[in-house]
Design a binder for this molecule. Structure first.
Ligand code: TMP
Length: 252
């Protein structure tokens, strides 16, 4: 069997050249990192769960007309996606204060924000993904004004969709991060939601108990990350609600 070409290896995923031009295979690893990779672990089953959850969110977004890079899931750990040029920004949308916003502005975690707040970080691990303003983005040419208008609208549509979906299964979408890519159709450029949407890149709290069901479980040593992600997947019906076994069935 021919060895496929690895394009890039990140902290949680590997990208391989896809079977057709303009496609990429996105492989979800079990590796988890936090605090710019100062904390690392391998968490059995995380990659499989995130592959399924990201498929679920991306597919749902396309059904409401939000363009994404997702094409189809290939197997337990891999999905086929459209190759795109990632805009070097992490787009964060917050509904409740938590994490770096709570620390930066001295707001108690869990405080409802008066409206969703969108923040941008410059994607550069060496710099620790610093917070930037639209002034920096324009001055350094990371995205045009038109791109920024489109990014804001995409981010808010993702927020509405994800908040509603989560609310329906008793989960509060506290905040999340997305990445946006450019795809070219002939002379035209379109922006699509890229990378992944998973409990690695969201804060998800149980509405009743406040229990954390996202990567903060790993960041803050709050218990089993696999159990938390399995709970999210079960509530959404992405994996069977209960199969009589304590371990979830992750086949197919
Ligand atoms: P923050 O409060 O640490 O800035 O995180 C905001 C949101 O972004 C939270 O849902 C977690 C997510 N996030 C990532 O997906 N990747 C990252 O590298 C960081 C720092 C946060």
């Amino acid at each position: 069997m021919a060895r496929r070409k690895k394009i890039y290896e990140g902290k949680a995923k590997i990208l391989y050249e896809g079977p057709e031009p303009g496609t990429i295979v996105q492989y979800f690893k079990d590796d988890a990192t936090a605090f710019n990779a100062q904390k690392k672990a391998t968490i059995e089953g995380k990659g499989v769960l995130n592959n399924r959850l990201s498929e679920y969110f991306m597919t749902g977004l396309s059904t409401i007309g939000v363009p994404t890079h997702f094409i189809r899931r290939l197997n337990m750990r891999e999905q086929l996606v459209r190759a795109c040029e990632i805009i070097p920004l992490e787009i964060i949308v917050r509904n409740f204060a938590a994490g770096s916003l709570a620390t930066r502005l001295g707001i108690e975690e869990g405080t409802a924000l008066p409206r969703p707040i969108v923040e941008y970080c410059y994607k550069d691990d060496k710099l620790g993904d610093p917070l930037v303003t639209e002034e920096h983005i324009a001055a350094f040419g990371w995205a045009s004004q038109q791109d920024m208008d489109d990014i804001l609208s995409l981010a808010l549509r993702v927020n509405d969709y994800m908040s509603g979906l989560m609310y329906g299964v008793g989960i509060r979408l506290v905040d999340f991060k997305i990445e946006i890519g450019r795809v070219y159709d002939g002379d035209f450029q379109r922006l699509v939601v890229a990378d992944e949407i998973s409990p690695d890149s969201c804060r998800l709290w149980d509405i009743e108990t406040g229990q954390k069901l996202d990567k903060d479980v790993f960041r803050r040593d709050l218990g089993s990350l696999t159990d938390a992600y399995t709970e999210v997947a079960r509530r959404l019906g992405v994996i069977p609600k209960s199969n009589g076994h304590s371990k979830p069935t992750l086949i197919n």
